[in-house]
Write a protein that binds this ligand. Structure first.
Ligand code: DSN
Length: 469
C-alpha cells in the first residue's frame, strides 16, 4: 500500500517560486544584479552551475559529526565517500603528496578555518604575528586596535602585527624579523586580503625557525592561483595552509585547512590530530555536506587545464587594469600587481574610498573601499580594492579591462564634480549621486557592456522581465 502526503507536509514539494514568492523574487533580482554589474570585488567570483547544484542538494539533510569512517551518526556511507573524494581532490589540486600533507575539508568558511588552525597549533595567550589589517592583512590574523581586541585571534592570543613598508607598500620583512626577535612568536601567519604582491615564504620560514615558531599561510585570496602555479607555492615552506574556497578557487563558500603529516615523533607528527580535533569538536559541529560535495566539484575543475588558463588570464587582466589606470595618471599601491588584486590609492585625487564605492554602486560597478597604508583614519579609507577573478569567469580579457578602467576613470571625473558641488560629507555626496543624470547615463552604458558577456552558473534570460532591476 502506498501512502499519500499529509496536509501538514504538502509544502514540502512546492517550488520556491510558489512556496515563497518574496524570497524567490529577491533571488531573481540578485541574479539580475550580478549579471548587470561589473563585479570587481577581489574576494568574489561566479561559481559554476555544477557547484551550485551540489551545494543546493539533499546532502544538506545529513548529520555527520566526525570524520569518514568515524562518525557519531549512522547513514553516512555516501557522505563518507563524498568527503574522501573531496580530501583526495584537495591534495591533487594543490599537487600534494598524501604521505606528507593532509586536509580537513569541514571548515564552514575562512574565519572558522583560521580559528581552528590557531586552536590546533597554539595554547591560549601564545604569541602570533600576522599582517596588520591596515597593511592589507585579515581580521583573523590577530587584529586589534589601540582600544579594542577586535578579532578572537587577538582576544585569545597575544598579537603583534607586522606591516608593509610605508613608502613602497611591500611587506617589510626586515622590520618583521627585528620585531620577531623581541616578541618571539609561536606562530607567524602570512597571507592577506588586500595585498597585490607575491610572498617571500622562504624568508618567513627562516624567521619562524629562529623562534621555533609555526608558519601558516592563509591563501584565501590566491588559492586558485596557487593551485594553477600562477603564484609561489606556500606548501614548500609552511606547516599549515588555510584557504577559503570561493575566491580565486571559484567554489562554494567554505574553508579548508591543510596540515603537514610526518611519522610519529618527527616534527609536526601530531598536527593532523590537533587540527582535526580543533575543527570538530572544539570549534564546529556537523559538517555541511552539501558544501563539501560542492568543494569537491570545484576542486575537480581547479585541477583542469581550463582552470590553469583561467588563472593565467586573471593575472593578465589585473596587469591590464592596473596599467590602464596608471596610464590615466592614477596611483596604484606598489605600482602594480602580481595576482588578481589592484589596490587603488585615491588620496592624490582627493576622493575617499567610501565615496568611490558608493558612486560605483550607482554605476553598476561593484567594488569595496579599502585602507591604504599610511591612512590616518580607518573610518575613511583612502582607496578601493579591485579584483579580476569574477569578470574573468565571464570571459573578460585584457582589452575589456581597459574598458573597465575607462568606466572607472569616468566615475572618478563624476565623483570630483559631485564633490565640488555637494561638499565633503558622504551623505550629501550620496544625495547628489542619486539624482545625477550623468550617473544614470553612465550606468546604462556599464550595464549594456556587462550584458554583452556570458554569465556562469545561471541563465539570465530565466529572470522574469518584471524582476530585472
Ligand atoms: N571578506 C573577505 C575579503 O573581502 O577579502 C575576506 O574575508
Amino acid at each position: 500500500m502506498s501512502h499519500t502526503v499529509d496536509s501538514w507536509n504538502t509544502c514540502l514539494n512546492v517550488p520556491l517560486e510558489v512556496e515563497d514568492k518574496e524570497i524567490y523574487e529577491l533571488i531573481q533580482q540578485e541574479k539580475w544584479r550580478q549579471y548587470s554589474c561589473l563585479e570587481l570585488i577581489a574576494s568574489e567570483n561566479f561559481t559554476s552551475q555544477a557547484v551550485m547544484e551540489a551545494n543546493g542538494s539533499a546532502l544538506t539533510n545529513k548529520y555527520s559529526e566526525g570524520l569518514p569512517g568515524a562518525r557519531y551518526y549512522g547513514g553516512n556511507e555516501h557522505i563518507d565517500v563524498i568527503e574522501n573524494v573531496c580530501r583526495t581532490r584537495a591534495l591533487a589540486a594543490f599537487n600534494l603528496d598524501a604521505q606528507k600533507w593532509g586536509v580537513n575539508v569541514q571548515p564552514y568558511s575562512g574565519s572558522t578555518a583560521n580559528f581552528s588552525a590557531l586552536t590546533g597549533l597554539l595554547a591560549p595567550h601564545d604569541r602570533i604575528m600576522g599582517l596588520d589589517l591596515p597593511s592589507g592583512g585579515h581580521l583573523t590574523h590577530g587584529y586589534a586596535t589601540a582600544k579594542k581586541k577586535v578579532s578572537s585571534s587577538a582576544i585569545y592570543f597575544e598579537s603583534l602585527p607586522y606591516q608593509v613598508d610605508m613608502t613602497t607598500g611591500y611587506v617589510d620583512y626586515d622590520k618583521l624579523e627585528q620585531n620577531a626577535s623581541l616578541f618571539r612568536p609561536k606562530l607567524i601567519i602570512c597571507g592577506a586580503s588586500a595585498y597585490a604582491r607575491e610572498w617571500d615564504y622562504a624568508r618567513l620560514r627562516k624567521v619562524a625557525d629562529q623562534h621555533g615558531a609555526y608558519l601558516m599561510a592563509d591563501i584565501a585570496h590566491i588559492s586558485g592561483l596557487v593551485a594553477s602555479s600562477e603564484a609561489a607555492n606556500p606548501f614548500e615552506y609552511c606547516d599549515v595552509v588555510t584557504t577559503t574556497t570561493h575566491k580565486t578557487l571559484r567554489g562554494p563558500r567554505a574553508g579548508l585547512i591543510f596540515f603537514r603529516r610526518a611519522p610519529k615523533g618527527e616534527k609536526n607528527w601530531d598536527l593532523e590530530e590537533r587540527i582535526n580535533f580543533a575543527v570538530f569538536p572544539s570549534n564546529q559541529g556537523g559538517p555541511h555536506n552539501n558544501t563539501i560535495a560542492a568543494i569537491a566539484v570545484a576542486l575537480k575543475q581547479a585541477a583542469s587545464p581550463a582552470f590553469k588558463a583561467y588563472a593565467k588570464q586573471v593575472r593578465a587582466n589585473a596587469v591590464a587594469l592596473s596599467d590602464a589606470l596608471k596610464a590615466k595618471g592614477y596611483k596604484i599601491v606598489t605600482d602594480g600587481t602580481d595576482n588578481h588584486i589592484v589596490l587603488w590609492d585615491l588620496r592624490p585625487i582627493g576622493i575617499t574610498g567610501s565615496k568611490m564605492e558608493k558612486l560605483c554602486d550607482y554605476l553598476a560597478i561593484t567594488l569595496n573601499k579599502n585602507a591604504v597604508h599610511g591612512d590616518s583614519s580607518a573610518l575613511t579609507p583612502g582607496g578601493v580594492r579591485l579584483g579580476t577573478s569574477a569578470l574573468t569567469s565571464r570571459s573578460f580579457k585584457e582589452a575589456d579591462f581597459v574598458k573597465v578602467a575607462e568606466f572607472l576613470h569616468r566615475g572618478v571625473e563624476i565623483a570630483i564634480k559631485l564633490q565640488s558641488t555637494a561638499g565633503k560629507l558622504l551623505k550629501d555626496f550620496i544625495v547628489a549621486a542619486e539624482s545625477s543624470e550623468e550617473v544614470k547615463a553612465l550606468k546604462a552604458e556599464v550595464e549594456a557592456f556587462a550584458h554583452s558577456f556570458p554569465m556562469p552558473g545561471f541563465d539570465p534570460s530565466s529572470v522574469p522581465a518584471a524582476l530585472r532591476h
